[in-house]
Write a protein that binds this ligand. Structure first.
Ligand code: GDP
Length: 434
């Protein structure tokens, strides 16, 4: 998925534009922990193109002086984006700070689209010629507040997307590692790419320097580790800020089939772990919980069991995710990981037969009657799988309002008992049928 970054000095209206484009796709799942209302990362869509979007203004780079901040935000854009939308303001005209941002963007070697925001009325939309001096070609007058001019802007953005390379289709299983700092992600990357793996290639993104690593296991299974470079790279100030790492994680999740959610056994579960898990769950990818640094724990024969119970309690919504206790240091159980990733990916993309699915549901209804409300009983007519990744089922019923949360969960459990969907969320959707 191409990435669009929105940059510009403070107060030009970056977030307004970001929210306009993201629209109601910034969905908030209330019961998922860690999902905040102010986002810096979202999906956009225009003319059948989907893309991810970063509001660089939302990345807090700490107490840095003003110029340093806009510099770092521009650098985030250069590092992460395929196309950069540079926002200036029709009200103030070209300012010194705009020129400063422009200077940095010249070095980007990426397409930059110049958006002149706050062009709310026709005169302002005419009066944009000064902005040619910034050197990014035609300025696009827009009004984020009123939603004007966004169509032309998005046309230009979509046109600047990198061409899909005509390479043979990549059939490898794509996975990423996510987790708060210091849980051992980069150590795990190194351990997984250890001696016995043939590294096929470091895949450079079409125009960016983010690098995925493709490798093959002994039995010939192909994997691509997403954003390997991002995990290993350290140092720039913004790379250590929490919002930046969240954004990076969400981008990696977007580009994966399976997400390895890494916990640190030594430190136990922290608040930030819950946020990270929330993002992974919300994205609907396959998930494996990796408990790392298991070597560093004083253990008895209860320890693993106790820790597992603890994790299950803290992450109840991840009940479908298998857990593996590993050590990047001693490589304990790491050899089991590729097989497990493969299995989760298969389950994530699994399609089941409608006839079997309906047998399962009818048996479920026979064992445990459907709920009633005011004397009216839920009736289930028929179910069918409408999508994979994650597996999504539509259940045709007499009245969707009658479906009860607990009954839906019961049906999900019955489906899971009959089909192996371990590692993947599954979605049930009720539809009305007369
Ligand atoms: P990241 O921030 O998640 O990428 O974490 P790192 O891979 O940089 O690891 C953080 C620290 O934990 C480093 O000092 C590692 O040496 C250490 N570490 C990582 N994995 C293990 C492990 O399995 N066992 C032990 N004992 N230490 C580990």
């Amino acid at each position: 998925m191409p990435t669009v970054a929105i940059v510009g000095r403070p107060n030009v209206g970056k977030s307004t534009i970001f929210n306009r484009i993201a629209g109601d796709r910034i969905s908030i799942v209330e019961d998922t922990p860690g999902v905040t209302r102010d986002r810096i990362y979202a999906h956009g869509e225009w003319l059948s193109n989907t893309f991810s979007m970063i509001d660089t203004g939302g990345i807090d780079v700490g107490d840095e002086p003003f110029l340093k901040q806009i510099t770092e935000q521009a650098e985030v854009a250069i590092d992460e984006a395929d196309v950069i939308v540079f926002v200036v303001s029709a009200r103030e005209g070209v300012t010194d700070s705009d020129e400063k941002v422009a200077q940095i963007l010249y070095r980007a070697n990426k397409p930059v689209i110049l958006a002149v925001n706050k062009a709310d009325n026709p005169e302002q939309r005419q009066d944009i010629y000064d902005f040619y001096s910034l050197g990014f070609g035609d300025p696009y007058p827009i009004s984020g507040a009123h939603g004007l001019g966004l169509g032309d802007l998005l046309d230009a953005v979509v046109k600047a997307f990198p061409d899909e390379t005509g390479d043979v289709e990549d059939t490898s299983t794509r996975f990423s590692l996510i987790g708060r700092p210091n849980v051992g992600k980069s150590s795990l990357v190194n351990a997984l790419l250890g001696e016995d793996r043939v590294i096929v290639s470091d895949i450079a993104g079409t125009t960016r320097d983010a690098i995925d690593t493709k490798f093959v296991t002994d039995n010939g299974d192909e994997f691509t580790m997403v954003d390997t470079a991002g995990i290993r790279k350290r140092g720039k100030v913004y790379e250590n800020t929490e919002r930046y790492s969240v954004m990076r994680a969400m981008k990696a999740i977007d580009n994966s089939d399976v997400v390895l959610f890494v916990l640190n056994a030594e430190e136990g579960i922290r608040e930030q772990d819950k946020k990270v898990a929330g993002y992974a769950h919300e994205a609907g990818r396959g998930i494996i919980i990796l408990v790392n640094k298991w070597d560093a724990i004083k253990k008895n024969n209860q320890s693993l069991h106790d820790f597992e119970i603890h994790v299950r309690e803290e992450f109840q919504y991840l009940a479908y995710a298998p857990m593996l206790f590993v050590s990047a240091k001693t490589h304990q159980r790491l050899h089991e990981l590729p097989e497990l990733i493969k299995k989760v990916s298969v389950n994530h993309n699994k399609r089941v037969q409608s006839s079997t699915l309906n047998d399962v549901l009818m048996d479920a209804v026979a064992m445990n009657p459907t709920p009633t409300d005011n004397g009216k009983r839920l009736r289930i007519f028929y179910a069918t799988q409408v999508a994979v990744a994650p597996p999504t089922f539509v259940i045709f019923v007499n009245d969707p309002e009658l479906m009860h949360f607990s009954y839906e969960r019961y049906l999900e459990n019955q489906i899971r008992e009959h089909f192996d969907f371990s590692g993947t969320p599954i979605h049930l959707i009720e539809r009305h049928r007369k």
